[in-house]
Design a protein around this ligand. Sequence first.
Ligand SMILES: Nc1ncnc2c1ncn2[C@@H]1O[C@H](COP(=O)(O)OP(=O)(O)O)[C@@H](O)[C@H]1O
Ligand SMILES: [Mg+2]
Length: 324
Amino acid sequence: MIEVVNLSKTFRVLEGKTGFVGAVKNLFSRDYRYVDAVRDISFTVKQGEMLGLIGPNGAGKSTTIKMLSGILMPTSGKALVNGIEPYKNRQENAMKVSVVFGQRTKLWWDLPCYESFELHRVMYRIPEKIYKQNLDEFMEFLELEEFWSRPVRQLSLGQRMRAEISVSLLHNPEVIYLDEPTIGMDAVAKERIRQFLINTNKSRNVTLIITSHDMADIEKLCSRVIIIDHGQIVYEGDFDEIRHRYGRERTMVVEFGEEYPEIELPYGTVIKDEGLKKSIRFLRDQGTAIDLITTLGKKYVIKDVSIQEAEIESIIREIYEHGM
Ligand SMILES: Nc1ncnc2c1ncn2[C@@H]1O[C@H](COP(=O)(O)OP(=O)(O)O)[C@@H](O)[C@H]1O
Ligand SMILES: [Mg+2]
């Protein structure tokens, strides 16, 4: 069980003065700027749950993950992960949890993949039997043989993440934190990672906390989500609830066959006009995308249409506009 109580993190950033005079002044005085990355957040997570932590860039997701996984010390408040405060008992914590960063690797860049696994076995003192059992399972489900003897630096993002997650599960952690695990991957690679996480969560009853700004990740993996913005929780609840109540905005990008300076819409508004290509935003309850495009098709020449799913930014905007 994870319990987060009034957790906050403020970073102190050095405001360097530039130029020669600035450099001299820096020798005598330091000016700091304070960044409230996480402000007074509280929540709990049950054993075996998959929780999604979502929010725009700079919202404080990674900072939260770093405090929960023991990498960062909170400024105030506390986190209890299976009875221990991770940042105070780093050694003990490391044996029970794992953390995966989409943009960083814990594998050895120049070593063949299998050597990183061996090193982990030694570092975490994983019994031979457990190691073998786990490895066999990951080999099969994630097809690690494909790149097993290749140096990590040569792996694609998807392959590297397959190795990354496997290595993180070798010591049978009770909790795994994943910070943007699918970032930069193509759709097929993303789907594979998601499937594996779903299976792992079920078969091992491991607790997962995932951050992402890809709504599809969260939709497929997490039944419960927390949305953070500017370091604060703005929503906590079911994913379905969000889609129901807030996923009302749709954006349709229409590419016209001819230039139309003004177009007449049955509903919605043009939010971006790039000449032939116009983005139209409308609400789900105003009408459907099909009706909109059919109406437009009667008056204008249309070359192409695409619909953008609700983005996290637009959901947050709706939450602020309509309240919880
Ligand atoms: N080590 C740091 N020093 C100073 N500011 C930081 C540091 N890490 C993060 N921040 C700031 O804290 C805020 C939250 O960052 P972060 O947790 O990385 O957001 P997210 O992961 O949601 O994109 C941002 O304004 C970021 O610039
Ligand atoms: Mg981040």
